[in-house]
Design a protein around this ligand. Structure first.
Ligand SMILES: Cc1cc2nc3c(=O)[nH]c(=O)nc-3n(C[C@H](O)[C@H](O)[C@H](O)COP(=O)(O)OP(=O)(O)OC[C@H]3O[C@@H](n4cnc5c(N)ncnc54)[C@H](O)[C@@H]3O)c2cc1C
Length: 351
């Protein structure tokens, strides 16, 4: 039996490829939901709100091929070239023109639609939730995985960010030093970000003919975009907050957001029907705080992640391991496919 640790995009896709090849597997997921860094919130009377991965680009061919294979459609992100800009605390808010930007796309029905499509194609009992893996013990011909329960496998796939397994899973025997050092200093893409989403009954920005896009150096919101659904029938704004505001209380952050919305967009922006935020660095199964500074994408796609360990019993996946677009959804799809290919070869080679 193959065990995949993590039911994010990479782990679920590896699962689907194994199912298609008729190879048995199970996925162990620490959270009580699938998706990992993909998490679309579906609230009544609101456009789907993305707390995690949202946009992709035409060069993300691995992701686009998967969407086409699964029949999941996508649509172009609405972009304004006229935007609100807050240069600093002491400058008044300006309306400025930004250069024409290349198109970016969003998944129809929200990014979780893709994850749900993958999940629905698997047998329901192949994904086990609430199973945070804490130990992996390798023996002569088997490998033991300790989570809430203990499992035995022939092969294990680490479909979670390297920084997490390096810091939170005990390996017996210990992993090679060189691999551990790299994994500990591999940036988990977007783990430091705070996402914010606001739902509205009316698209006040369209009615008032003002920009929906905001770029701000003063914050708390640093970027905000039109997040209405594909049909433009339900409305939202979504973007990022300054990560340092994670130390404030929820009430303080929300108050500061309200003040900024009023200053930039005016009174109507306060009529949001729903306020959502996600501080990814405090998400136990994504963020991991270390004292050493990592620059964005540091060690992403490092060739060391191609190693197989414990006599081919342990394989490394997740977007951060990918050779193409590591850190992004495209990288997760690349890794999910590449690891499945490796596993299928290993199974065929086995006596
Ligand atoms: C705020 C934010 C915005 C983003 N925006 C974009 C974007 O616009 N475009 C883009 O392309 N990408 C974006 N990304 C990145 C994208 O989300 C990731 O590349 C992709 O989802 C990674 O998938 P994955 O399967 O490799 O890892 P993950 O999604 O991290 O999945 C790992 C899984 O492992 C589980 N897990 C963790 N620890 C354990 C354990 N000990 N035991 C068992 N399970 C465990 C986790 O719960 C999780 O489900 C964004 C990410 C974030 C956080």
């Amino acid at each position: 039996m193959i065990l995949i640790i993590g039911a994010g995009l990479s782990g679920l896709l590896t699962g689907l490829r194994l199912k298609q090849a008729g190879i048995p597997f199970k996925i162990l997921e620490a959270r009580n939901r699938i998706g990992g860094r993909v998490n679309t919130l579906y609230k009544s009377n609101s456009a789907p709100i993305e707390m995690g991965a949202t946009w992709f680009h035409p060069q993300h061919r691995n992701l686009i091929s998967l969407l086409e294979e699964l029949g999941v459609t996508y649509f172009e992100q609405h972009k304004d070239n006229t935007v609100f800009y807050q240069k600093s605390d002491i400058h008044p808010t300006q309306i400025v023109q930004v250069p024409e930007q290349p198109p970016s796309y969003r998944i129809y029905g929200g990014t979780s639609n893709l994850l749900n499509q993958l999940f629905e194609r698997l047998d329901k009992n192949s994904v086990l939730m609430n199973q945070p893996v804490t130990r992996i013990n390798s023996y002569e011909s088997t490998i033991q995985i300790v989570a809430r329960e203990t499992f035995e496998a022939t092969t294990v796939v680490l479909a979670l960010p390297p920084k997490l397994w390096a810091n939170k899973i005990m390996f017996q025997p210990a992993l090679p030093d060189a691999l551990l050092r790299i994994a500990e200093s591999t940036h988990t893409w977007m783990e430091d970000s705070i996402k914010i989403g606001l739902s509205y009954d009316e698209p006040f920005w369209q009615q008032d003919k003002i920009p929906a896009t905001l770029y701000s150096n003063s914050g708390p919101i640093t970027e905000l975009y039109d997040h209405s659904n594909a049909e433009k029938s339900s409305y939202a704004l979504c973007g990022f907050m300054n990560p340092s505001l994670k130390t404030l209380s929820y009430i303080d952050r929300r108050e500061r957001v309200t003040k900024q919305l009023k200053t930039v967009f005016g009174e109507k922006a306060l009529a949001f029907t729903n306020y959502e935020e996600c501080i990814w660095s405090t998400e136990e199964h994504t963020g991991f705080d270390t004292s050493n500074f990592l620059y964005p994408h540091q060690n992403n796609g490092n060739a060391i992640f191609k190693s197989t360990l414990f006599n081919d019993k342990l394989l490394i996946s997740s977007s951060e391991s990918a050779s193409e677009f590591p850190g992004y959804m495209d990288g997760a799809v690349y890794a999910g496919n590449a690891i499945a290919e490796k596993l299928i070869k290993l199974v065929k080679k086995a006596p």
